[in-house]
Design a protein around this ligand. Structure first.
Ligand SMILES: Nc1ncnc2c1ncn2[C@@H]1O[C@H](COP(=O)(O)OP(=O)(O)O)[C@@H](O)[C@H]1O
Ligand SMILES: [Mg+2]
Length: 321
């Protein structure tokens, strides 16, 4: 993919991380991730691309290691495992303030094709069909991991991480031609010789330094390992239906997952899921993210009013949970 680094630099230099929407070079925010903010930057060379900004790297070595893991993960998903990903690229540079800023670049996918948007237009039967498509894509990963445990791949199968190619909002249905693309590749979890390739500490960078030990303890352990576990990833997808304000879908999707893992997916020996377990998982998970975000806001406040130091991270606005 062709990337114009100069435009990204100009954008970065005009960016106010506290008010990204007021940046000197206009940009639209396509989404907020937990560690990245996704922009469509209004410049000739960046039109039609999604630019995922990350400011967590502190050395050239860190960012080039990340780049090669990111590329490796995309290639592995696409070429070996057989999950489609959008066209992608990567760029990084030293910003005017001296810090390293990196961008994952991807073809911008139609907002209405992003599956959690599409979800809101669909009836239960179509959501069930969508969920089955996702389970089948994920099965390719679980199968790969079963055959190559030392090269296992982690994936965040959440509905908001998939795009439905050719989805028509005027006729919101899943049909035989519906195809999924997986685009949330900015957390490339994969092992080589049984060893996690990505440095988990990177994900603590945007966390307040005074709390890293706490977060390391209750957050990293759970969050990094869950994406390798077929049962937990499935629970995570269903639990997110609460966040998507579709709680009535939880029960039918639990049934769908259970019959999938009793039939097509039986070789993975997944114990049946229960609604109760989804509820308590969701309560704990949303609490983790709410606390995490509140602490980061507090840290931003500290930087501004007490430490008088620049705060380089972008924090999401209020997330309805
Ligand atoms: N290539 C893309 N095209 C259009 N929108 C995107 C694209 N990538 C991300 N987004 C939007 O940003 C949101 C978060 O992106 P994602 O890659 O899932 O980041 P995170 O890993 O932080 O969850 C997505 O749910 C989607 O709405
Ligand atoms: Mg995501």
């Amino acid at each position: 993919m062709n990337i114009d680094v100069e435009s990204l630099k100009r954008f970065e230099d005009g960016l106010d991380p506290e008010h990204p929407e007021r940046s000197a070079i206009p940009a639209r925010i396509l989404g907020y991730g937990e560690i990245s903010t996704i922009f469509e930057i209004d410049a000739e060379s960046t039109k039609g691309t999604a630019c995922k900004r990350m400011s967590i790297f502190s050395t050239e070595q860190e960012v080039s290691e990340y780049e090669s893991i990111y590329n490796g993960y995309n290639t592995l998903l696409q070429k070996e495992i057989g999950i489609g990903v959008p066209d992608y690229g990567f760029a990084w540079f030293f910003a005017a303030k001296g810090n390293i800023v990196a961008f994952d670049i991807q073809t911008k996918l139609a907002p209405e094709s992003i599956a959690h948007r599409a979800l809101h237009l669909m009836d239960t039967e179509n959501v069930r069909a969508l969920f089955l498509l996702i389970l089948r894509q994920l099965t390719k990963v679980w199968e790969f991991n079963r055959l190559h445990p030392d090269r296992a791949v982690g994936i965040d199968g959440q509905i908001s991480n998939w795009s439905l190619a050719g989805f028509n909002p005027a006729d919101p249905k899943i049909g035989p031609d519906s195809k999924l693309l997986y685009f949330d590749t900015s957390t490339p979890l994969m092992k080589e010789g049984g060893v996690e390739q990505l440095e988990p500490e990177l994900f603590l960078r945007s966390a307040p330094s005074f709390l890293r030990w706490l977060i390391r303890w209750f957050f990293l352990r759970g969050v990094m390992t869950r994406y390798y576990d077929a049962r937990l990833v499935t629970i995570d997808i269903i639990a997110n239906l609460y966040k998507e304000q579709r709680p009535e879908l939880v029960e039918p999707m639990v049934d769908t997952a259970n019959s999938y893992f009793a039939g097509e997916g039986a070789r993975f020996r997944i114990e049946p899921l229960t609604i109760k377990e989804i509820e308590s998982y969701y309560n704990e998970d949303s609490r983790i993210w709410i606390v995490f975000l509140a602490l980061r806001r507090f840290d931003r406040w500290l930087h501004k009013h007490i430490l008088h130091k620049p705060y380089i991270y972008i924090l999401p606005g209020n997330i309805k949970r």
